[in-house]
Write a protein that binds this ligand. Structure first.
Ligand code: FMN
Length: 290
């Protein structure tokens, strides 16, 4: 690997090549190279520190970030601050300095009993709403809070490709397949942009193309929980690939977008029963208790 070429998805790219990346592709590659090139290897590297410089550690992310900077893109977004932090540590490693990462000494603080009650209230209180939606307006602030909870969900390879399309008009909502009434509900279409996984080749059949759908599902789950915490009700709406294609065409989504799922959110017109679950013992196919 040379200082002047970044290896992305197994291919080498010169600085000139990086100039041709669109913003989403550049950002996706920067995320993935920071993740797999620094974030994943850095912990074993510092925990088994050999006291020696490691040439080219994190160099792909460095080159991508320099292209990011050259374009004058924001350096203050949360994801870019995360990149910058890792780039600093990677530079120390290249210079033979063991990074001091404060979080390495931290353990998660177990929740108090009171806090756990709140967590369980959320997990077991959330339920799918199918009894219609009241006409109480769902503000944009509420939609932001719900989508922001989706932003906190885990994401494969740190690619950050989940995107939201918020539909309010009854006309546009007709484009969505649903087996429950969506009148008065807000529909959040959870989609992904294919460009980040495409550039790092995680979309190849032998890699992890399914991660993109998992990312959307993880976001949707977080969002349903936040909706519940804010006094709203939600329900997932499945979509067949055929419906997703129809929506994409009718709504005019860009080629690189794919729809994964929909979430209907709103204030329920009436309550609904929380469905029961099989006992936990049924869920263990096997369980090593040693
Ligand atoms: C992948 C997935 C797809 C779903 N699709 C639909 C759907 O199309 N229509 C619907 O009414 N509910 C749908 N749901 C909601 C489930 O029916 C619901 O979560 C399940 O019955 C458990 O009930 P609860 O959410 O009240 O705990 C879906 C849930 C998931 C996770």
């Amino acid at each position: 690997m040379s200082e002047e070429r970044a290896r992305i998805g197994g291919e080498f790219y010169t600085r000139e090549d990086l100039k041709k990346f669109d913003e989403v592709t550049l950002r996706g590659a920067l995320h993935e190279r920071t993740h797999h090139g620094i974030e994943v290897p850095i912990y074993p590297t510092i925990l088994n520190w050999r006291g020696k410089a490691i040439e080219n550690f994190g160099i792909d992310a460095k080159l991508l970030f320099e292209e990011w900077q050259a374009r004058g893109y924001s350096e203050e977004d949360d994801d870019i601050l995360w990149v910058k932090r890792y780039l600093e540590y990677a530079e120390q490693i290249r210079n033979g300095v063991k990074p001091e990462i404060p979080e390495v000494g931290e353990q998660p603080e177990p929740f108090t009993d009171e806090e756990l009650k709140v967590v369980n209230k959320l997990l077991w209180g959330r339920r799918s709403g199918r009894s219609g939606w009241s006409d109480k307006y769902v503000s944009d602030e509420i939609i932001d809070a719900i989508c922001d909870a989706g932003r906190a969900a885990p994401i494969g390879c740190n690619l950050d490709e989940v995107r939201f399309i918020v539909l309010r008009s009854e006309e546009e909502k007709k484009l969505i397949w649903s087996d429950v009434s969506t009148e008065n509900a807000v529909i959040i279409v959870i989609a992904y942009d294919k460009r980040p996984s495409r550039i790092v080749k995680q979309d190849l059949p032998e890699r992890v193309p399914h991660n993109r759908g998992f990312d959307c599902a993880a976001a949707g789950d977080h969002m349903g929980l936040m909706a519940h915490a804010l006094g709203l009700t939600s329900v997932w709406l499945s979509d067949s690939p055929g419906h997703a294609k129809e929506f994409k065409e009718a709504y005019g989504l860009p080629e690189e977008f794919e729809v994964a799922m929909h979430l209907a959110v709103g204030y329920a017109a009436a309550g609904s029963i929380k469905s029961g679950r099989v006992p936990l013992k049924y869920m263990y196919y096997s369980r090593d208790t040693k």
